[in-house]
Design a binder for this molecule. Structure first.
Ligand code: RIB
Length: 303
């Protein structure tokens, strides 16, 4: 079984469905409101567990109802939480999400996620040492992200750095990551580059292997120095929240099958994830993904 350690955020997502996004200064009536588990770290942990991995999460929740609910949900999903702290003070991270026409807008308040420290990562060393892959995103402090990348590199454990939400990152430690997985917008921020510049040219400037996600258009990666395109899968989109997290988790789970296969399965898992509401709602179980891929590929081959 694949062992994955996720270092990242845990949020409660406060989701409003609307016919369209309000303009600045405008008040609109929404259609529905729901409170669902989220946070990029927790989402990636749940997605990896559904895909059959054994998962541990390094993170933090606050001393509140959301924190207790989220911890309980992660525990019930089989995630190992010995390195997820319940803080004595402070709020659990939250994300205000508006979903309109399958697209989303997200505003995150980090809360307890801002207390995930480099020391906490150092204490999880024995867990990380035993991992096949480490996943880290950027809703926790940057020095903790750096500590994770450096520790994984020192221990020889592959680290997938999902640079979301994006910030410019120092090339000196970015190059220690095994893979970096931005979308096109995040890639430009990461490199402090012109977002209009061709993404294939920008990919060449990343100082470590890069897998670029492009939503319904699939993903790009480099092989023998050349950009390779994995087309996306056409599906009806209910809610794209968490699609990137599902992609990253699947990439980690299937990495041992080689990058082309892992990227293909990651695109398929992400496509399946957008069919239901909520970041974690549509994340597929492994059997569902394998069955969907088999039927999809035989249909595509038969055309
Ligand atoms: O990637 C989606 C996630 O981003 C949401 O679950 C929200 O919590 C924000 O962290």
């Amino acid at each position: 079984m694949t062992h994955i350690v996720v270092v990242g955020s845990i949020n409660m997502d406060l989701v409003t469905l609307a016919a369209r996004f309000p303009a600045p200064g405008e008040t609109l009536l929404g259609e529905r409101f729901l409170t669902v588990p989220g946070g990029k770290g927790a989402n990636q942990a749940i997605a990896a567990a559904r895909l059959g991995a054994e998962v541990a999460l390094v993170g933090a929740v606050g001393d509140d109802t959301f924190g207790r609910q989220l911890r309980q949900g992660l525990h019930e999903a089989g995630i190992e939480l010995s390195h997820t702290r319940q803080l004595a003070k402070g709020h659990t991270g939250s994300a205000s999400i508006t979903v309109a026409g399958g697209e989303n807008q997200i505003l995150v308040v980090p809360g307890a996620n801002a207390q995930v420290t480099p020391a906490q990562v150092a204490r999880a060393r024995s867990l990380i040492e035993r991992a096949d892959v480490v996943l880290v995103q950027m809703e926790i402090p940057l020095d903790t992200v750096e500590a994770t990348v450096r520790l994984g590199h020192r221990l020889g454990v592959p680290v997938i750095l999902n640079p979301a939400p994006a910030q410019r990152l120092p090339p000196a430690w970015l190059q220690l990551a095994s893979y970096v997985t931005p979308n096109q917008h995040e890639l430009a921020i990461l490199l402090d580059a012109d977002p209009q510049e061709d993404f294939r040219a920008l990919m060449q400037r990343v100082p470590c292997p890069v897998v670029l996600t492009r939503g319904r258009e699939g993903a790009w990666y480099r092989r023998h120095g050349e950009p390779v395109h994995q087309p996306g899968y056409a599906v009806d989109v209910v809610d794209s929240t968490g699609a990137g997290d599902t992609f990253n988790a699947a990439l980690a789970v299937f990495l041992a099958e080689g990058l082309p296969q892992a990227v293909r399965k990651a695109c398929a898992a992400a496509a399946l994830s957008v069919g239901k509401l909520g970041a974690q709602g549509g994340m597929p179980q492994r059997a569902e993904l394998e069955a969907w891929l088999a039927s999809h590929d035989s249909e595509a081959g038969g055309r």
